[in-house]
Design a protein around this ligand. Structure first.
Ligand code: PMP
Length: 359
């Protein structure tokens, strides 16, 4: 029996997608082999790849002057690739908002290649909020402006898109496909797949075409967006199974009503849990109410001695992977697209019962 899985990533995948993959594993569409066992350049895989890209473009209404790339190396590969791809246009400076562990790692990486201006940071309150735009000091000249719309560990989500001068770059690993994105406000968007897209091993990049000519001359080939774009993301062998499975997730998303439906669902799911946390005398949310993530909901128990018992009992009840990130402790429920409302209802019922028993 499948259980309710609140893992932050690699995260729950839609059951119909897993069933289809299972069905096609030995004999994919009558070919007598699986999708993993054919050339990435074959007509049948090309069809999978093109359909996945088109469905992804449809889901997010991506305009034609943006390239979509399917790449390896995860989101880490991309926050490493960004300075290589954008510091070659004459400006080796970038603005970053520091909102937690993922923004912090991206800042550290970019600092190896150029000057980083941290325009705002929420470190003063333990990364529990998204900084407001009014106090920023943007650089006069900046190759790009990077932020993390949803910090997976802290559970902090921006409720607005920054209006900035430089090309806006965003790490959407943990909230992509959960709501509509005004793509034209961005220069580049990236996301590791293993939360709202598909299995780990692949990442998706959306990049405005005019930014493909700003790479540093010594950029490693495998990080070069222009080369990837010109090769249809097949300069070398891509992770074909992850690409295929992501494509099935996109089809499932379309059948569910697309990102608008996911947005409504995410408000319902996270709203249910936050309302409970705010009512409870025993559980609480450490995140500023205006910046609470719809995807990752960290929470703490009034008595941390009870953390282990909470996790054990949750698991016995069929509620998996609620332990918070090792760097912050406490609990975290990740409520990505594939996590159904029933999972959150079951979680809240369990928490209410736990509270009654221990309080
Ligand atoms: N950015 C964010 C917001 C993330 O949540 C993660 C992974 N949890 C990463 C970057 C790193 O992703 P990867 O492991 O794919 O490199």
């Amino acid at each position: 029996m499948r259980k309710f899985n609140f893992c932050a990533g690699p995260a729950a995948l839609p059951e119909p997608v897993l069933l289809q993959a299972q069905q096609e594993l030995l004999d994919w569409g009558g070919r007598g082999c699986s999708v993993m066992e054919v050339s990435h350049r074959s007509p049948e895989f090309t069809e999978v790849a093109e359909r996945a890209e088109q469905d992804f473009r449809d889901l997010l209404s991506i305009p034609a002057h943006y390239k979509v790339l399917f790449v390896q190396g995860g989101a880490t590969g991309q926050f490493s690739a960004i300075p290589w791809n954008l510091f070659g246009g004459g400006v080796k400076r970038a603005d970053y908002i520091h909102t937690g562990q993922w923004a912090g790692k991206a800042i550290k990486e970019a600092s190896r290649y150029g000057e980083v201006n941290v325009v705002a940071s929420s470190e003063d309150r333990n990364f529990s909020y998204a900084p407001a735009a009014d106090a920023w000091q943007e650089s006069d000249r900046s190759a790009y402006f990077h932020y993390t719309p949803n910090e997976t560990i802290g559970g902090v989500e921006f409720n607005y898109v920054p209006e900035v001068k430089a090309p806006l770059v965003a790490d959407m690993s943990s909230n992509i496909l959960s709501k509509a994105i005004p793509i034209e406000k961005f220069g580049m968007i990236y996301a590791g797949a293993q939360k709202n897209i598909g299995p780990s091993g692949i990442a998706v990049v959306i990049v405005r075409e005019d930014l493909l000519d700003r790479a540093m001359s010594d950029i490693p080939r495998s990080l070069n967006w222009k080369i990837a774009a010109e090769a249809g993301s097949m300069d070398n062998t891509p992770p074909t199974f992850a690409w295929y499975l992501s494509g099935l997730v996109f089809q499932w998303l379309k059948a569910q009503g697309g990102v608008e439906a996911m947005y409504e669902q995410s408000l319902k799911k996270s709203g249910l849990l936050y309302e409970f946390l705010d009512r409870s005398d025993f559980f609480s949310s450490p995140v500023d109410p205006a910046s609470r993530s719809r995807m990752n909901v960290p929470f703490v128990l009034a008595d941390e001695q009870l953390d282990a018992r909470f996790l054990n009992e949750a698991e016995e009840t069929g509620l998996l992977n609620l332990k918070g990130h090792r760097s912050v402790g406490g609990m975290r429920a990740s409520l990505y697209n594939a996590v159904p409302l029933e999972a959150v209802e079951a979680l809240v019922a369990f928490m209410a019962d736990f509270e009654k028993r221990v309080a």
